[in-house]
Design a protein around this ligand. Structure first.
Ligand code: KG4
Ligand code: ZN
Length: 336
């Protein structure tokens, strides 16, 4: 079965064709990051307009590169939630029009489910059930994937998402948006023990995260140094900050693995590209006899292939929509 996947939830206009949920035939991403960088973050109004300009060309290119036509598709999957509402609406309306015109099933696809499905494209042997750490710019969740389309949230952030926390710390150090990857690269050169940052726990929850205390701690460190005219070693600040985020994510994820008895762990979302997180989790899983999967770097960020992969499983489960499909800015991963 061939699925066309369309993604416009944030700042990438993306489309891809995937065969049987596992084999990428094309994967086209048009990024708007350069433009949003001028403003230090994604400007929703600009994002919607750029999606509207790019969507038609991106979808045509994805079909062309796959050597297929829309008539060959078995379904059209589109990210309908969660995300920036104006941005989502562009993809949803485009997919609706295409589905009606070509008389194909329309498949509403949850963005975080798609991030998880990015792993299916690189790891043919991976099958649910597994425990997943979904860490992106907007979300930080520990999710039990009971099946391809059945999830339960075990832990979540009470405030900032991990990616947001990386981006805010990076911005305070003068790195351009989105600073997560720059901070990660800088951290490679520093000493993770140079500064001691807090690793706050959420009272009464074994698995929830709270990053706001850590964010405040790094901002305070930088402001105090600036006021005193002190020069901090930036690589050391980055390495120490990254170590704190990685500790917090790893600790709760491994606790959840132990408590649920899950032996297969999966990383997903933009922050799954983080070198510190990948290295640490790889080492811990090896020690504990757990199997860890992570998407290749090329599929960690937003893309259409992951939407098509998840869309395939949603279609098999009969999850399709009519022409009244709406976009939803905020929707839990366990709801459709
Ligand atoms: O999943 P994603 O592309 O978009 C959302 O669905 O939010 O995630 C983007 C987030 C940004 O906050 C970005 O800074 C972060 O992922 N990110 C990283 C790295 N690469 C991307 N954070 C830390 N280390 C990285 N290497
Ligand atoms: Zn994403």
């Amino acid at each position: 079965m061939y699925i066309l996947g369309i993604e416009t939830s944030c700042d990438e206009t993306a489309a891809a064709v995937v065969k049987d949920g596992r084999q990428v035939l094309s994967n086209v991403v048009a990024s708007q990051i350069e433009e949003h960088r001028l403003y230090g973050g994604v400007v929703p109004e600009i994002a919607s307009r750029r999606h509207a300009e790019a969507i038609s060309g991106v979808v045509a290119k994805a079909l062309r590169e796959a050597g297929l036509a829309v008539e060959d598709m078995d379904g059209i999957a589109v990210t309908h939630a969660p995300g920036l509402i104006g941005a989502l609406l562009v993809g949803v309306n485009f997919a609706k029009g295409l589905a009606i015109a070509a008389n194909k099933p329309l498949i509403p696809t949850h963005h975080l489910r798609s991030h998880i499905a990015a792993n299916f494209l690189a790891h043919p042997e991976l099958k649910p059930p597994f425990l997943c750490l979904v860490v992106s710019g907007g979300h930080s969740h520990i999710v039990l994937a009971e099946d391809y389309t059945r999830f339960s949230v075990i832990g979540r952030t009470r405030d900032d998402a991990a990616g947001e926390c990386f981006d805010k710390a990076a911005r305070a150090m003068g790195m351009p948006y989105p600073g997560g990857v720059a901070l990660d690269n800088e951290a490679e050169k520093g000493d993770p023990a140079a500064f001691s940052f807090p690793r706050p726990h959420v009272e009464g929850s074994r698995y929830d995260f709270s990053f706001s205390g850590l964010k405040t701690a790094v901002l305070n460190l930088l402001h105090n140094a600036e006021q005193k005219g002190e020069m901090l070693n930036r690589a050391d600040v980055c390495a120490s900050f990254r170590a704190a985020v990685v500790d917090m994510l790893t600790e709760n994820f491994l606790k959840a693995a132990q408590d649920t008895g899950m032996k297969t762990l999966v990383l997903a979302g933009g922050v799954s590209a983080n070198k510190g997180l990948r290295t640490r989790l790889t080492a811990e899983c090896e020690k504990k006899g757990l199997t860890l999967y992570a998407p290749p770097l090329s599929l960690c960020g937003d893309n259409g292939a992951m939407v098509a992969a998840q869309g395939y499983y949603e279609l098999l489960a009969g999850h399709t929509a009519g022409p009244d499909l709406n976009a939803i800015a905020s929707l839990p991963i366990d709801k459709l």
